[in-house]
Design a protein. Structure first.
Length: 206
């Protein structure tokens, strides 16, 4: 029953958090069942409370998942529901305004229990921050963008022209609309307004 449930609800190499398993089983009942599946090679254990169905591979046990994948599924996209987004130097590197490859993965998430907190997933440090408002599928991209605008001068090691080009690219690629900005910009410091006007970003919406 448990394995059929997992196959139905999870893809290979997708982290499975025991707290998310909805079968009405107590921990004392669930743990030996998970161990049995691991012993049979049908399931792999990543860490305490985290398992995954191994993908097909010539390697014994399949291709292992990594800490970054676990962080993404736990704090950004939990069971198909958007709960957060990448931020700080992690996002700055993704959009090409810094050449620094951050050692710490920065994430803003509804799951954060403190304003800022560093946690460890295996050997990976994750810096979690609370969002300015609840993150949803509809607002995640605009909140991520506004967080970035708020810190872009600190995060970037590129020229002003490159920064402006990257910012405009984000707006276009993420299909961020003026009304999206207007709905959330009041949550941010005045320097975010200043960045918008100095870089003439409202022209992108014209």
């Amino acid at each position: 029953m448990l394995y059929e449930y997992l196959l139905k609800n999870y893809k290979p190499n997708e982290p499975i958090f025991t707290s998310d398993i909805e079968l009405g089983l107590s921990g004392n009942t669930l743990r030996p069942l998970l161990k049995q599946l691991c012993d049979q090679g049908l399931l792999n254990r990543f860490d305490k409370g985290v398992f995954y169905i191994p993908s097909q591979s010539r390697l014994k046990g399949g291709i292992p998942i990594v800490a970054g994948t676990v962080a993404k599924y736990r704090y950004i996209n939990r069971r198909g529901k958007v709960e957060g987004y990448y931020s700080g130097y992690t996002f700055a590197n993704q959009v090409g305004v810094t050449s620094q490859v951050p050692v710490t993965v920065e994430i803003v998430s509804n799951e954060a229990s403190a304003r800022v907190r560093d946690i460890k997933i295996k050997d990976q440090t994750i810096r979690l921050r609370k969002p300015k408002t609840t993150v949803t599928k509809d607002n995640a991209k605009v909140l991520q963008f506004l967080d970035f605008i708020c810190e872009v001068d600190r995060l970037s090691d590129e020229s002003e022209d490159v920064i402006s080009d990257r910012i405009r690219d984000i707006i276009k690629k993420q299909n961020i609309q003026k009304q999206d900005i207007d709905a959330y910009i009041s949550l941010y410091p005045l320097k975010v307004y200043k960045n918008f006007y100095e870089r003439e970003l409202y022209d992108v919406f014209a």
